[in-house]
Design a protein around this ligand. Structure first.
Ligand code: COS
Length: 389
């Protein structure tokens, strides 16, 4: 059952505090985050103390029990600051919490959900060197050995890996590929398990401070109780369901970053002068600002609609994919217009526009590329058609 969420007044007070935290603590720390490629530990601790790592955890496990809509509003607020901040909290409170809530055993929920509330960081390990979009083609193996499983393989571009306390690892429990991708199972593995090691943080185009790295598993021995849900073969469907929610989180994040980008463009257009007046007076600049505002508003409306459907228990397979496609592609255009409004300064690293443009690019790729999501939507449409609508 979806969470009913905080009452409106308590939630409004939380959002006001969060907005202040974003503007007074996160945004001023951005230069240091970019310089060090890491969120400073004291600031990460402040995020932990605010409960941001366990925002979507139900009350029964010690979390605030935000509704989906409330959670996504919080994500959009955090995403107004550099993407590193959302990245640190949103895997644990998003994909991992969803996977545990939907398909974890009660013992696994009781073990891991309170750890997120206490500020632990989590990683979701699906992608591999040879399997990205075709995630079921993974090679990582988990072989049963009495009351244990032994895992071998490597995972790639894993968000939060260098700072994660625990990992949800998808692995093959059957060498053969099975119908419905039932060869895939999920395993919860804490940091410090012998044989689990983390590669060097990747060097990326943007999103500095949002850490990704390889996760290598060499003869990693875990008890059978680490198998998500205690049942083999459910991992792929768990991953897909969790990614459906993750795509709404990426949407909220793209909208938060779009809002920031548009504010940056609006401020510059009001400060920069050309031909004796501010460039905000020029109609061609106004057109770019207005187009960005239209797209941002459309994305916000789409997300609200998808959330409303999800909160009444309806499937949002198509809607979630549509939201993520639209908001990430719109962010790309909004960031591009921001650079254009900045003119020559937009190409220079000392201004925000250049950084925002690089940060925006990956939204169209991670948690399902635009092209994979087109397939998801089209397949659902064709299935509905075949069933006679
Ligand atoms: N919710 C519930 N079940 C789902 C589902 C979803 N969102 N998506 C698929 N399934 C189920 C299907 O119903 C099917 O089960 P049945 O055979 O019992 O009906 C099973 O899972 C296999 O689905 P499908 O045949 O569609 O799997 P494919 O191997 O063809 O893969 C795509 C489908 C390409 C859509 C999938 O691999 C995908 O989303 N890839 C992108 C992964 C991604 O986002 N990677 C980014 C990195 S993760 S941060």
């Amino acid at each position: 059952m979806p969470e009913t969420g905080l009452d409106a007044e308590t939630f409004e007070a939380f959002i006001t505090t969060l907005r202040r935290f974003v503007r007074e603590r996160m945004i001023p720390a951005e230069p240091q985050v970019f310089e060090d490629d890491r969120i400073p530990e004291p600031l990460l601790n402040e995020m932990r103390e605010m409960g941001l790592m366990g925002l979507s955890v139900p009350e029964a496990y010690g979390g605030p029990g935000l509704s989906m809509g409330q959670y996504l509003q919080a994500v959009a607020e955090i995403a107004y600051a550099a993407p590193a901040f959302r990245s640190a909290m949103a895997i644990g409170t998003g994909i991992i919490t969803t996977a545990l809530k939907l398909d974890g055993t009660e013992e696994q929920r009781q073990e891991y959900l309170p750890r997120l509330v206490a500020g632990e960081i989590a990683s979701f390990c699906l992608t591999e060197p040879d399997s990205g979009s075709d995630s079921a083609a993974m090679k990582t193996r988990a072989v049963k050995d009495g009351d244990f499983y032994v895992l071998n393989g490597s995972k790639r571009y894993i968000t939060n890996a260098p700072q994660a306390n625990f990992f949800l690892v998808m692995a093959r429990t059957s060498a053969e590929s099975l119908p419905g991708n039932a060869h895939v199972s999920g395993f919860l593995i804490p940091l410090g398990t012998p044989g689990l090691s983390i590669g060097k943080p990747d060097k990326k185009m943007g999103q500095r401070g949002a850490l990704t790295a390889d996760v290598v598993l060499e003869e990693v021995r875990v008890p059978a109780s680490a198998l998500l849900g205690g049942v083999e073969g459910k991992g792929f469907k768990t991953a897909m369901k969790a990614l459906d929610g993750g795509r709404l989180s990426v949407t909220a994040s793209a909208l938060g970053l779009s809002r920031r980008t548009l504010d940056v463009a609006l401020r510059y257009a009001n400060e920069r002068k050309a031909f004796g007046e501010t460039i905000a007076n020029f109609q061609l600049v106004q057109a770019m600002l207005a187009d960005s505002q239209v797209e941002l508003y459309a994305g916000e409306c789409m997300l609200r609609d998808a959330v409303a459907k999800a909160e009444t228990g309806q499937s949002i397979l198509k809607e979630g994919a549509a939201c993520k496609i639209f908001a990430s592609e719109a962010l790309g255009r909004i960031a591009d217009r921001c650079v254009q409004i900045f003119g020559g300064a937009g190409y220079m690293a000392e201004y925000d526009a250049e950084r925002l443009y690089r940060d925006a690019r990956v939204f169209r790729i991670y948690e399902g590329t635009t092209q994979i999501l087109q397939l998801v939507i089209a397949r659902a449409m064709l299935k509905e058609y075949a069933q006679g609508f």
